[in-house]
Design a binder for this molecule. Structure first.
Ligand SMILES: Cc1cc2nc3c(=O)[nH]c(=O)nc-3n(C[C@H](O)[C@H](O)[C@H](O)COP(=O)(O)OP(=O)(O)OC[C@H]3O[C@@H](n4cnc5c(N)ncnc54)[C@H](O)[C@@H]3O)c2cc1C
Length: 330
């Protein structure tokens, strides 16, 4: 019972990182919390599910990375983290390229071996006018060839808009390295929790009441009445009843395939960068894991095919993905 007679001090809507950290910190300070989530699981986007011994990142690949030692120490109290190096491969019409853009990528695209030669290629192809959109920004950073093969199709699938209509800011933070370093993250601390992410949320939510599979908006009046304060971590436009219209969210759709083959692509994340392939990435979750190669080869493999939800083409995409999944021998 809260100080003012309601059942809880806090109602927390959402059992993801934000909600769970709030619940943990408030409980530690003697507050009572009810955490609700419309999903049947805790962890929000970071939820991992144990499938045949592999920790499947059900809502997309999550790599913990930070430059903040305090944050790193904080998360390490809930799980043991193993150092992890994230390497991503881009698949453009069956040809493989290393991401983020580095000497390996320049070598694969142009056959160059030195930073000087790579810079010369970029200089010769670079956009030189005033940058007003993502296309111009990308071409001014890496030239036309890389833009056409590795950026255009992928970005347009992600955003469902031509690159010429997207803001340059989206691509500005993309690293371009003139070294042979293909490690995706530059952060001081990059890790993967041994045993998956879900255990972290289980520990954070200890001491709070948790209700899963319930939507706050289905019973808002009731939930508001049982707590002194509400912490809401869901979509902000919905919270305000779309008072200012709907935000342009992009949602993702995943198709999961289980395979007995022990190594499908040899890398956790492969990006499909052409515009024809109807998905953006395939995740092979076992490569996120911290097990030994021998242990990994003994378990069934789980792949996730990640697609951006484009409402008007979803029927077509579903058919194409069906064709793809059928073509994989299970
Ligand atoms: C594909 C993908 C990959 C990512 N990869 C990384 C990465 O590698 N590293 C990284 O640091 N970050 C990554 N992120 C970002 C990371 O997922 C978010 O920053 C983080 O999950 C945000 O946590 P949150 O608690 O704010 O939101 P969420 O994790 O979205 O949690 C919000 C919760 O609220 C619930 N909810 C919403 N509305 C309601 C309602 N009406 N009633 C009840 N419950 C509700 C939802 O079900 C959800 O569980 C990635 C994100 C995506 C989508």
């Amino acid at each position: 019972m809260s100080v003012n007679g309601t059942k809880y001090d806090y109602l927390i809507v959402g059992a993801g990182v934000y909600g769970s950290v709030c619940a943990h910190e408030l409980t530690k300070r003697g507050k009572t919390c009810l955490v609700i989530d419309k999903r049947d699981v805790i962890g929000g986007n970071c939820y991992t599910e144990n499938v045949n011994g592999i920790h499947v990142h059900k809502y997309g690949a999550h790599i913990f990375h930070t430059n903040d030692k305090k944050l790193w120490d904080y998360v390490n109290q809930f799980a043991e983290f193993k150092q992890y190096t994230h390497n991503v491969i881009a698949n453009y019409k069956g040809k493989m390229f290393t991401l983020p853009f580095n000497m390996w990528t320049f070598n694969q695209i142009w056959g160059v071996n030195t930073p000087e030669d790579a810079k010369e290629f970029i200089e010769s192809q670079k956009f030189r006018g005033n940058v007003n959109n993502l296309e111009q920004q990308a071409i001014s950073m890496v030239g036309v060839d890389i833009y056409e093969k590795l950026i255009k199709g992928y970005t347009e699938k992600q955003w469902n808009k031509p690159c010429s209509e997207l803001p340059p800011s989206i691509i500005k933070r993309l690293p371009v390295r003139f070294s042979w370093d293909s490690n995706y993250f530059n952060d001081k601390f990059v890790g993967m929790p041994v045993g998956g992410y879900t255990q972290i949320f289980e520990k954070m939510l200890e001491g709070s009441d948790v209700e899963l599979g319930v939507d706050y908006f289905d019973n808002k009046e009731y939930y508001d009445s049982i707590a002194e304060q509400v912490i809401y971590t869901g979509p902000i436009d919905k919270f305000f009843g779309y008072e200012h219209g709907q935000l342009e969210y992009r949602s993702l759709r995943w198709e999961t395939v289980t395979k007995s083959e022990d190594n499908f692509q040899g890398v956790p994340v492969m990006n499909y960068t052409d515009s024809q392939t109807p998905y953006t990435r395939i995740l092979e979750h076992k490569w996120f894991d911290t097990k030994t190669k021998k242990e990994l080869s003994l378990v069934l493999n789980t792949l996730t095919i990640m697609m951006v939800q484009m409402n008007h083409t979803i029927q077509l995409e579903t058919k194409r993905i069906q064709k793809f999944t059928n073509s994989i021998t299970i």
